[in-house]
Design a protein around this ligand. Sequence first.
Ligand code: C2E
Ligand code: CA
Ligand code: CA
Ligand code: CA
Length: 276
Amino acid sequence: AKENGNRTFQFFTQEINHSLVEKKTLETELRKALLSNQFVLHYQPQIDMATGHITGLEALIRWVHPTKGMIPPAQFIPLAEESGLIIPLGQWVLETACTQAKKWLDDGLPPIQISVNVSPYQFKQTAFVSMVTETLVQSGLPAHHLNLEITESMTFDTQHCQTILQQLREIGINVSIDDFGTGYSSLSYLSKLPLTHVKIDGAFIQGLDKRNGAIVKTIITLAKNLDLNVIAEGVETEEQARFLQSLHCDEAQGYLYSKPLNQEQTEELLQQANNQ
Ligand code: C2E
Ligand code: CA
Ligand code: CA
Ligand code: CA
């Protein structure tokens, strides 16, 4: 029995080593990818539910790996956060998104707000606000065209976070609380923090039964009372859209309207919107 136990132990040890090696390899590859421009941004339209017009685009990162193909963010963002690479990577995302949005504005395409996901690790950096300010200056994008999407985390409710949010708002940048209703959600955040948008997590929209419907309704009512814009993410069906419309949800985003598009496809979509 003892021998068996040992063998089991060895087996697990090897498994762990294997995954550590894989992690290290992936981390090295991430570093290289950053230096050799293997990342691209896709953009998912955000739709005004009253008019059907595009009001914004959420920038979503993808890793175009030379041999493995397109890798979704869920497979590398956590490691980027763990290794600290999220700082330069997040900066690349912000610069790329702002520069692109400014170009589309200059090209006479419909004025949209560009939403950029910000990791709590970036948000906690002391240089975060100055990095964002510098990026806006460098790109020439007016602050009110930028929307930073921040997910709640354990440290969200601190004085430090409030100060950062306040500074961003003073510059004129919009701030969304992302994935609202999950994780460390607390209703008190909504009234305390200087936010502009609330994004209802897609899980509530996709599992839209009686219970989730009640939650969605409550979030929308609360957000409206606090003068916050409400956007529903992960909208996939007409039925979900109709329900949200009946509650006067401001905006929606999801496969029903469009999947995330590459740069060319996004440009085509904006051109079409201009010609309507
Ligand atoms: P998120 O911010 O909640 O983004 C929404 C995710 O839902 C995206 O996945 C999007 O493609 C997907 N989605 C959009 N519409 C639908 C729909 O109708 N149904 C379903 N089932 N899914 C939909 P994606 O692009 O794989 O991104 C996953 C997560 O990775 C994002 O979740 C975000 O947390 C993170 N992420 C993406 N880009 C960045 C980035 O540039 N920086 C950081 N820090 N995180 C990012
Ligand atoms: Ca987001
Ligand atoms: Ca989200
Ligand atoms: Ca999400």
